[in-house]
Design a protein around this ligand. Sequence first.
Ligand code: HAM
Length: 436
Amino acid sequence: MSWQPPRAPRGTADILPEECARWRHVEETARALLERYGYREMRTPIFEATDLYVRGMGAETDVVEKEMFSVGGPKGAAGEDERAYSLRPEFTAGIVRAYREHGLDKTRGFLKVYSIGPLFRHERPQKGRLRQFHQINVEALATGDPAADVEMIALARDIARALGIEGFRVRLNSIGDERCRPAYRALLRERLLPRLGALCDVCRARYERNVFRVLDCKRCVALTSDVPPMADHLCEECAAHFAAVRAGLDRLKIPYAIDARLVRGFDYYTRTVFEFPSERLGAQDALGGGGRYDRLIPDFGGPEVGACGFALGLERVLLAMPEAAGPASRRAAVYVAATPEPGAREAAFAAAMELRQAGIEADLDFEQKSLKAQMKAADRRGYRWVAIFGSEEIARGECTLRDMAAESDAEAQRTLQRADLVEGVRRSIEAARLTS
Ligand code: HAM
């Protein structure tokens, strides 16, 4: 028996050509909106020193503790460092590292950037949760302005809307900063101490190390229902910031629900945190999430400036999108079909090349298919037009152009002078654009 390759690793997915069209539609829609809002693309490595995430996201967060794909550095090799590296589980820490490393804090100051690409977390795979997944990630660096928080949420809403996702919702909270968090942490621990024995195993460990996370545990909801919300214990500055964010959302008429249990999973968050739940998603219901992280730039040795951002999970966006949403089903492109007669395939190949040189997408058959099968292939692959080359047409210096979107057979076909093919296709593309 021939050797069978192993299957794709658990929690990864192949994105086949038909699905790629939907992926690209999402990415291109997001890019257009991000650029409209003044964000520019930034790309960072797919792996970074493990330390970056330990220090950036926090040693005691689930992702850093249990979910990173890490490898040790080459030990002892002359001149090589011996660090461990991890596949990036998120973008934010890498973006802030690059911002500092290139002195952008000094040369640029305020910076709006976005990234789109794969991330890696060793989670238990389920619907909407993979080990290799993708995000559209957005950051505004070096700003403490609550308007930046509002803009993030408005932008996420606009991306969801442009993709036809209905029922966009916002869960919002403020988790304060290093001034008001310690007192709230103490209060939370005091309240939970008598119930420690009743908390789930995970939360008992969290009680010691990161008591805020007890609030977002679904199993311990009943035990934390009477805990006063963090939003009532904010210092004056954090309260004013939170009020400004809410007022900004109100002015844009973006509805949100204050959720005192929303604490988010990483240590870098301060003040505003938010998530975008979607009913279409099931258990893993967050389309995306983010918030402010005012300590990360200073903690990485940079100036005392704040920042905020969010990320949308691409797989989840695709799950939440209506089936029909996606790129137009027929592309403004030409499939060049040929009859089996001598010379026809060569004529078709030359025509396809000529169309491509003229900037028009064109393709043809490479499997010696019959004319009928070529027409089917063109239809299945979403070509709007088929240019047909048979020996008779070739002898007359003509070709036939068929519009696959025509309502009736009578409207579908016309004969073109071969020399006019490119021009004829151009006119058809223009006419189709005007009527669409
Ligand atoms: P996050 O909440 O960990 O935030 O991830 C954001 C989104 O990525 C999630 O809401 C979800 O849609 C998607 N996502 C996360 N993990 C998975 C997974 N295993 N499979 C599929 N999708 C997943 C962050 O990553 C922050 N860095 C966002 C941010 C940017 N905060 C400030 N700036």
